[in-house]
Design a protein around this ligand. Sequence first.
Ligand code: NAD
Ligand code: DAU
Length: 351
Amino acid sequence: MKKILITGGAGFIGSHVVRRFVNLYPDYSIHNLDKLTYAGNLENLKDIESCPNYRFIKGDITDATFINTLFKTENYYGVIHLAAESHVDRSILNPLEFVYTNVIGTVNLLEAAKVQFLNNPGSFFRFYHVSTDEVYGALGDTGMFTENTAYDPHSPYSASKASSDHFVRAYQDTFKLPTVISNCSNNYGPNHFPEKLIPLCIHNISHLKPLPIYGKGENVRDWLYVEDHARAIDLIFHKAQNASTYNIGGHNEWKNIDVIRMLCRIMDVKLQRAEGTSAQLITFVKDRAGHDQRYAIDATKLQNDLGWLPSVTFEEGLHKTVDWYLENQKWLQAVTSGAYQNYYSEQYTKR
Ligand code: NAD
Ligand code: DAU
C-alpha cells in the first residue's frame, strides 16, 4: 500500500482531508501525524478511526529525531503537510510558537523527505504544503491575489507561513525535491475551532454572549466551505505538476459585519428566537493589530488546469455549519473548557 503522511489531520481542515482520503482511496494507507495541541481533536475523526487504511501517530513536527526515524521506517509515497499554528490573534500574543511549528517544523519535514527522496532514486515522491493567502498581504478595495502576487506578510502567522513556503521552494530548487504548494482563502465548516470568527460567533450566539467584531467590521474575507478545500487538495495532490503553486478560493467576498448579520438571522430562525435577538449581541471591539483589510483570491488557474470550482454556496455552507454545531454541542462544550477559557479571559482583559 502507498503510505501517505498527512500532518495536522486532527485539526479543522486536516480532518476533512484525512476523511476524504481514507474513504476515497482504499489503496492508500493514510498516516495522520498530529501533536494534538488545543486545536487537534481525535473526535473529529471518530467515524473513520477503525478503517483498515487509517493510522493515527501522535507526534511533534518540531522533533527532528522523531520525524527522521518516522520517514526511515515508513518510506512515504507522499506528504500532505497541514500541521501548523493557525490563529492570527495567537501569533500576535506568542510569535515564537509560530516560528517553531510553522517554520522549523516544516523544515524538519523537508529534511526527512529530502533524505528519503535522495535515497530512493526513481521512486515517486511528492511533498504538498498547504498554505494560506495571507502570505500575499492585504488588498485595497479592488484587485485579487494571483499566483504571481509578491509575498508581503504582515502578521507573525503569515510571516511564518510565507517563510515555510519559501523553504518548500528552496528544497525544490536546491535538491529537486518534488513539491507543490497551495494558498487558500478563509475556510469555514464543521470542526472549526471556536476561536475563529464564524465558529466563535456560533458559540456565542448559542450562549447569548457578545459577538466581538474588530474595528468597524469592514474587513473583507473570501470564504470557502472546508470540503471544497479538501477536494481541491485532493486534485492538486494527484494532478499538479511538480514545483507548481495554486491559489484556492471561493469568489465569495464578505465584510465581517455582513457575515455576522447573516449568521444572526440564520440562528434566530434555527433557535426559534425573535428576529433581531442575536444581532443585539454584536459588539464592536478594539481592532486586531496590523489587521489586513481585504483578501480575495483569483482561482482561475485551478479552474483552468484542473477543473476545480467551489460547489457549496455561502448561504448553504453557513446553514450546514450552524446545523453541525447545534447537533454537536458536546464537541463545542469539550473544546471550550479549560485552556480555551484562559485564552479568552486573557484576550478580553487586554482589550
Ligand atoms: P488547525 O489549527 O485547526 O489545526 C492544526 C493542526 O495541527 C492541529 O490538529 C494541531 O494539533 C496540529 N499541530 C499543531 N502543531 C503541531 C506540531 N508541532 N506537530 C504536529 N501537529 C501539530 O488549523 P487549520 O485551520 O485546519 O489549518 C490547517 C492548515 O491549513 C494550516 O497549515 C493553515 O496555515 C492552513 N490554512 C488554513 C486556512 C483556514 O482558513 N483555516 C486557510 C488556508 C490555509
Ligand atoms: O485567509 C486564510 C486564513 O484565514 C488562514 O490562513 C488562517 O489560518 C485562518 O485563521 C484565517 O485567518 P483570519 O485572521 O482571516 O481568520 P479569523 O477567523 O481569525 O478572522 C476573520 C476576520 O474576522 C478577520 O478580519 C478578523 C475578524 N475577527 C476575528 C475574530 C476571531 C473579528 O472581527 N472578531 C473576532 O473575534
